[in-house]
Ligand binder design. Structure first.
Ligand SMILES: *[C@@H]1O[C@H](CO)[C@@H](O)[C@H](O)[C@H]1NC(C)=O
Ligand SMILES: *[C@@H]1O[C@H](CO)[C@@H](O)[C@H](O)[C@H]1NC(C)=O
Length: 212
């Protein structure tokens, strides 16, 4: 019985997460000649789009970190207006120069069951001019129900994205079938929450752990 219940809960979760029909957008043109060194430093998430309509955080920012073992991405945010949290993923850099914008993010979970220990998600750069804006997206497909999940980051070097940069940043969204009116602006009015967590937690942007 418990098995059936947990299966149903899991199934509902799958349906709520993967909502867009079919597989991930194909033949998407990414940023040409993407230069990772110029992408370094801090980016503010000024708008985002999450295809499942969830919005549980604001004040999000992304920052690239260099460590002896590689290049990492620190995603920080304020969850539910209360908790300051961050997640660290390792960037998997595409060795083919023409695919430089086709990055992957790998998250490691030490305490998870073996097949869930590492999770890999695409982190594809659609556009950027390095100094003002960047548009990045991820997509996850579920063959089981033939639907996909999309998340888009509209990033800004400054806490406020200027109008010209915003126009340039949203242009490539048509390629992945996203109407820019569906972008949600991040609220930066209360970025000093009550609780501060100083150990990495699960990423909120990619919530589905297993390919299903
Ligand atoms: C990640 O970013 C947050 C916010 O800037 C910071 O508080 C946290 O210390 C960073 N984590 C690491 C490991 O650099
Ligand atoms: C941030 O996000 C939460 C949703 O989880 C929302 O309740 C809150 O009003 C938002 N804004 C601020 C300033 O915290």
């Amino acid at each position: 019985m418990l098995k059936i219940v947990s299966f149903i809960i899991c199934f509902n979760y799958v349906f709520a997460y993967f909502t867009l029909p079919g597989s991930c957008p194909e033949e998407v043109t990414l940023k040409e000649d993407f230069r990772l060194p110029d992408f370094y430093g801090k980016w503010y998430q000024s708008y985002h789009y999450s295809s499942d309509g969830q919005q549980q955080n604001n004040c999000s920012s992304l920052e690239l970190l260099t460590r002896p073992s590689g290049i990492y991405l620190n995603q920080s945010r304020v969850d539910r207006g209360l908790f300051h949290r961050f997640s660290i993923g390792k960037l998997d850099i595409n060795p083919r120069l023409e695919d430089a914008a086709r990055l992957d993010l790998i998250f490691a979970f030490k305490n998870a069951p073996r097949r869930l220990k590492t999770r890999r998600y695409p982190f594809h750069v659609l556009a950027t001019n390095y100094n003002y804006f960047a548009t990045v997206y991820t997509c996850q497909y579920s063959p089981l129900i033939d639907k996909h999940f999309l998340y888009v980051w509209i990033l800004s070097r400054n806490p406020i994205l200027n109008d010209v940069s915003k126009e340039l940043a949203i242009k490539p969204l048509q390629q992945i079938g996203i109407d820019s009116s569906k972008l949600v602006k991040d609220d930066r009015s209360k970025c000093v929450p009550k609780y501060f967590e100083d150990i990495p937690t699960e990423p909120m942007t990619f919530r589905f752990p297993v390919p299903i």
